[in-house]
Structure formats: C-alpha cells, structure tokens
Design a protein around this ligand. Structure first.
Ligand code: NAD
Length: 340
C-alpha cells in the first residue's frame, strides 16, 4: 500500500531537512507518495498568503502531513502559520518525546520524558489588542473541554506506551481561574485512570528547576500551550538540543509531524542543519500509520549512527552535512533486513 502524505518543506533549513527526511522514509520499507505544498515564505511569493487554503485541503484529504519549520515574523506581520495550521485542523495534542541518545554531549544519560502540550488555546488563541497607545492585553483562554481532552490524551498515551506517571504542569497558584481550571480538569481525568497511571502536579517554575536537576523523576508531562512550548525546548536541551527533538501534532481528523525546532535561518542552504529531529518526527509518523517495527528500526538506525559519531552534523560534534547524515541512516537501514 502506498501512503499519500502531504509534505510541507517550510522555510530556512526546512527544504533541506525535508528532502533528507523523505529520502530516509522512502528507505524505511513503507511506500510513500509525497504531495508537496508550500506554506510560509514560498507561499507568500506564489499565492500572496502564508497558509493558502489548498494546503489545509491537502492535509484534510490525506489526513497525514510532515512539515519543516516555518518562519514567523517577530513583533509584527502575519500570524504564525504553525499555530494557524494546528488551530484550523484542530490538531489539539502536541506530542514531543525527549529521550537521551548515546554519543551526544549532554548533562544526563538517561532522560526519557514525553511532553504533551495542549495545542489550540491558552495565550496562543491570538486574542490581543492595544489599550490606548501604551498598554497591550493578551487574553488567555482555557476551557474545560480542551483541558480534559489533552489530559485524556496524556493518560491514554501513558497506558498505550506502558508509562507509569502523568504530571500536570500549571501556575494555578497565581492564575487561579484559568490554570486552576486546567488543573481541575487534569484531576478529573486522572481519577478515571487511578490504579493504572499515577498522577501528580507541579507549578511550572518549580517544574523547570526539577527538570534541570532530576529529570529522571518525571515521565509524561501534560501542559497548557505556552508552558508546553517553553518546557519542551528545555527538555530538548536535556537530550542534545533542538536538532534531535521530534514532534507530532495530533487531532481527530489529521496529524502533522514536525520537528520542535524552528527554521534556523542562519544555516539555510548550507547543508549544515541536523535532520535528526525531522527524521525522528517521520518515525513518529510511521508509528501513527501503523508501522511500529519500521518506526523502531528507523529510530535504532538514527541512534546507532549518532552513537558511532562518524557521520554527525556540527551540533552533534561532527562535520557531516544534512544530506550526508541522511545517507548514513539510509545505508544503515539497507544493511538491516527490511521488516514488512
Ligand atoms: P530555531 O529553532 O530556528 O533555532 C534555535 C537554535 O537552534 C539556533 O541556534 C539554530 O541554529 C539551532 N537549530 C535549530 N534547528 C537546528 C537543526 N536542525 N540543526 C542544527 N541546529 C539547529 O529557533 P529561533 O531562532 O527562535 O526561530 C527561528 C524561526 O523559526 C522563527 O521565525 C520562529 O518563529 C520559527 N519557529 C518555527 C517553528 C515551527 O515551524 N514549528 C518552531 C519554532 C520556531
């Protein structure tokens, strides 16, 4: 069976890491047909807007997409394409595993965390306005519906993947209504999983310190949108940086797989960026499509190449380029028997 998947190459380093990822996925033993559509800068040049309707239609039709990072102007300009895509397709769960890899120079060797970030509301609802000339207001939206839905996703993920504990992260001591509702919703859902998955909560500032000091105490974290965004970069830093941190945006109608990192404009077009995060996002996509063996085989190939340290990119301590790293992974996949 050939899977038709929407491919959004993105901006900056996006097209290079996307090309590397597609080559690796084509060597995974699963057949893909890539439907390439442009969003971001390339779409503005071609269609006059960063997220044309046909991009959303393509993802809706194929139900699965893989995307590179897209640049968002800071302080002014168009709204984030990434946020718009997640909201338009109701991709409510942002799943970001952070797992240590041998061969990377990090402070810890045994980090194995999974970040579950609410993806549709909070301060990312995009409701902000000026109050006169010298004040600005952003509205933080937290609903019981979205909070219970993301908590349920985190607990279901824990059950399906044999994880022992879910930690809800919040600032309910200060934002008693909004974060209070998030925490209350997590507690309600946690009660349904009692005896199967442990539950605890942490205030977000303390959580950050604890993750830096003793990440091994934590397992699955569930967070509202903004804390999830920040804490997932922190966790990426624990396991080797943004170049190795994969992600998935999952909804009921579609799923979009993308690295945690951005478009790293200073490395665009130089064949230097690390494609690992997007390749591992591709492994998450394989698992989503029902190919767990192929996903594990791909993850193992990536981990072996990094552990051996012979074909790694600059951020992993090596001097191999984006395409060269992908070649090494493809060679390794070829050497192992294909699982079909
Ligand atoms: P960034 O992730 O692009 O870069 C942060 C640092 O990590 C930089 O030093 C960069 O060179 C490095 N880095 C990132 N990815 C790397 C890779 N694959 N290999 C090697 N090094 C890598 O973050 P930023 O600089 O804050 O953002 C740049 C742009 O990306 C902004 O416009 C931002 O809005 C956008 N962004 C997009 C997404 C997305 O598309 N989902 C996510 C985050 C940021």
């Amino acid at each position: 069976m050939t899977h038709r998947v929407t491919l959004i190459p993105g901006d900056g380093i996006g097209p290079e890491i996307a090309a590397a990822t597609c080559r690796v996925l084509d060597a995974s033993g699963v057949a893909f047909e890539w439907e390439t559509v442009e969003a971001g800068q390339a779409a503005i040049e071609q269609y006059g807007k960063p997220l044309p309707d046909h991009v959303l239609e393509s993802v809706r039709r194929n139900r699965v997409a893989i995307k590179g990072p897209i640049t968002t102007p800071v302080g002014a300009g168009f709204r984030s394409v990434n946020v718009s895509l997640r909201q338009a397709l109701d991709l409510y769960a942002n799943l970001r595993p952070a797992r240590s890899m041998k061969g990377l120079d990090t402070r810890y060797e045994d980090v194995d965390l999974v970040i579950v970030r609410e993806n549709t509301e909070d301060l990312y609802a995009g409701i902000e306005h000026m109050v006169g000339r010298d004040a600005a207001e952003s509205i933080k939206i937290i609903t019981r519906y979205a909070s219970e839905r993301i908590a349920r996703f985190a607990f279901d993920y824990a059950v399906a993947n044999g994880r022992r504990m879910v930690t809800a992260v919040h600032k309910a001591n200060i934002m008693k209504l909004s974060d209070g509702l998030f925490l209350e919703s997590c507690r309600t859902v946690a009660a349904e999983y009692e005896g199967r998955v442990e539950f605890q909560d942490r205030i977000v500032d303390n959580m950050c310190m604890q993750l830096v000091q003793k990440p091994e105490l934590y397992d699955v974290l569930v967070l509202p949108n903004l804390y999830g965004d920040i804490v997932s970069d922190l966790c990426a830093g624990l396991v080797g940086g943004l170049g190795v941190a994969p992600g998935a945006n999952i909804g009921t109608e579609a799923a979009v797989f993308e690295p945690v990192h951005g478009s790293a404009p200073k490395y665009a077009g130089l064949d230097r960026a690390n494609p690992t995060a997007m390749i591992l996002s591709g492994a998450l996509m394989l698992r989503h499509l029902g190919y767990p063996e192929q996903a594990t085989r791909l993850e193992r190939a990536v981990r072996e190449i990094i552990a051996e340290g012979r074909a790694t990119t600059y951020d992993m301590g090596g001097s191999t380029g984006t395409a060269g790293f992908a070649d090494a992974v493809i060679d390794r996949l070829g050497a192992a028997p294909a699982i079909r």
